[in-house]
Ligand binder design. Sequence first.
Ligand code: FAD
Length: 349
Amino acid sequence: MKYDVIIIGGGQSGLASAYFLRRSKLKYVILDSEKTCGGSWQHAWDSLTLFSPSEYSSLPGWLMPKSDNMFPARNEVIDYLCRYEERYKFPVERPVEVKEVKKVGGSFQIIATEKTYVSRSVISATGTWNKPNIPNILGKELFKGKQFHSANYKIPAVFQDQKVLIVGEGNSGAQILAEVSKVAKTVWSTLKAPEFLSDDVDGRVLFDVASDKYYAEQKGEKFNASQYNLGNIVMVPSVKEARARGVLTSKGHFTRIYKDGVIWEDGTKEAFDSIIWCTGFGYSTAYLSTIVSEDEKGKIRTNGTRAVEVDGLWLVGYGGWTGYASATLIGVGRSAKHTVKEVEEYLKN
Ligand code: FAD
């Protein structure tokens, strides 16, 4: 069977794309490597919450149900994604991991673990979670303790009574530090001094700023977003509480790793039991490398969401790269809608 569109990835970005596709007459399917619904939210740490209230965290068409919490918990997000998928009866095949995409003639061959699918176009919506980034620090392989990435951090109890180094000045670093510091002795290492948003700024404000930036650029106007740096740390309740305990201070950065720990810039050594790298992600697009050139992060050349080097390929949900705020629940709808319009146009010709 030949599809018109295959969406690779069944997280929020894949579902938002499917929402607009289901109104078309196009034959499409979603291929997702997870065993069940919920995308990468299934792998996030247990205490993770959204940084916006539910009414600011909805996919197109159906509002996220109200939560008892100001910021919905990870399980509520998973539940919402599962119910969203069920509500619209999207055709999703799981678990199907796409290994490689080829283009033969005018069609794509999507080579998955057990089967090859054929489609006239592809929407890649595989997020970032499968491509954790750990910087290349000298001596990393010598460390005898345990190393984790925020992508596989679940609960603080694992670190009970240890001495733990938490690396990274983003939201993940601050949130994981906040809870691990309750059960372990922690040190925070950052490349630059961590910057915090004011207490009254949450995802709502950040989304509004991202939208203003988007509309200004659509009109060819300059936009000064310096008032809020979208990458600064959001003061969610756990981070505020950590600030009150005085643990939100960075020791700066280290230059190398040795067998027991790290060597700080001034040459002093410090031993640790574990290191948690909260150093972000690349893009989970390795399966496209046969048909497009990727940089080391997995980024390819695009115009909006459309691949420049290959006709018939789009990428949705990768944040600033393929659409302002498109890595958020509320932001991905705009990007998905626009993409599906382009796909429909493309398939007409
Ligand atoms: P994913 O959720 O990663 O879904 C991609 C799917 O594709 C997964 O199911 C994956 O298994 C599958 N896949 C990957 N590779 C393949 C393959 N080769 N073949 C088949 N399937 C594949 N957003 C907000 O809106 N609000 C927040 O408060 C918020 N907080 C966040 C906090 C953290 C710490 C992080 C990391 C992200 C946060 N986000 C937040 C961002 C966003 O919601 C997530 O990044 C989201 O998971 C992105 O959705 P996605 O569908 O693009 O990717």
